[in-house]
Ligand binder design. Structure first.
Ligand SMILES: NC(=O)c1ccc[n+]([C@@H]2O[C@H](COP(=O)([O-])OP(=O)(O)OC[C@H]3O[C@@H](n4cnc5c(N)ncnc54)[C@H](O)[C@@H]3O)[C@@H](O)[C@H]2O)c1
Length: 261
């Protein structure tokens, strides 16, 4: 919109796992708010579609392929961003995977997959972005309600999300002197392909319908509904932007009261 200044105007914003769900909503919103968005995804078709959608609305975005659980791919991704834009102002560590399994059935391969995707990926993205972050840089780690509350069959996943919370606090102190803020956000139930997949597994396990599991999950929050990806993207935008300049080491629960109940 002519004359409108967005809250992340001209900021170079890397958003991982931006091909669908919460990451996609963040990419679209950040572009609307004036950022130069780096859409990072494993699925090239989905990543490119998000870029197309942003460009259709006259926003600025590029797609960079990366499996963020692999350090070499993260380094190459950040190198490509620096070559194009010269810096990284905002990093939204959103890419992640879920595991819904009793602990007695959890395999070593499951744990490796969770740790690689949810924990190592964040370290790699932060490690390689920070050297290119000017003062005022901002990192947002997308954790989960599962890092705060107990949930049956979510022990290994919850552990990986809890690790993100403690990493966020430590990095706020480590990177604060460089003028870089580090925060996390913990969504409750958000209507994305991940959560639908989660419900399908639970429905099979309990010999019930996806709709029944969904209803159960919807009733956990005060509003008796799931959040939309856009309802997560807005608080991510706020905490990433200079409007949150005095906030670091914080976790923002966006869970419709789940943790408060
Ligand atoms: N949906 C929810 O209810 C919910 C709740 C709390 C937290 N979260 C967290 O929010 C984040 C986004 O979840 P979502 O619901 O949008 O999930 P989603 O599965 O719909 O989207 C996640 C995207 O990340 C990508 N991704 C995963 N691992 C990757 C990797 N190694 N490299 C590159 N891309 C990778 C996936 O391919 C996918 O496109 C995750 O970290 C998730 O744990 C989701």
């Amino acid at each position: 919109m002519a004359g409108k200044k967005g809250s992340v105007e001209n900021k170079v914003a890397i958003i991982t796992g931006a091909g669908q769900g919460i990451g996609k909503a963040c990419a679209l919103l950040f572009a609307d708010e004036g950022a130069k968005v780096v859409v990072v995804a494993r699925n090239d078709a989905k990543g490119n579609d998000v870029v197309k959608e942003i460009k259709k609305k006259k926003g600025e975005a590029i797609f960079v392929h990366a499996d963020v659980s692999k350090e070499a791919e993260v380094k190459a991704m950040v190198d490509a961003v620096v070559k194009k834009y010269g810096r990284v102002d905002i990093l939204v560590n959103n890419a992640g995977v879920v595991l819904v399994k009793p602990i007695t059935e959890t395999t070593e391969a499951d744990i490796d997959y969770l740790v690689d995707s949810n924990y190592k990926s964040m370290i790699f993205c932060i490690k390689h972005s920070v050297p290119h972050m000017p003062k005022g840089g901002s990192i947002v780690n997308v954790s989960s309600i599962s890092g705060h509350v107990g949930q049956i069959n979510h022990a290994a996943y919850g552990g990986s999300k809890g690790a993100q919370l403690s990493m966020t606090r430590a990095l706020a102190w480590e990177l604060g002197p460089k003028g870089i803020r580090v925060n996390s956000i913990s969504p409750g139930s958000v209507d994305t392909p991940m959560l639908m997949g989660d419900c399908e597994i639970e429905a099979k396990r309990h010999h019930t319908t996806v709709e029944a599991i969904r209803k159960e999950r919807e009733d956990i929050g005060v509003f008796h509904r799931w959040g939309t990806p856009e309802e997560i993207a807005e608080p991510v935008l706020f905490i990433a932007s200079d409007k949150a300049s005095y906030i670091t080491g914080a976790d923002l629960l966006v869970d419709a009261g789940w943790n408060a109940g």
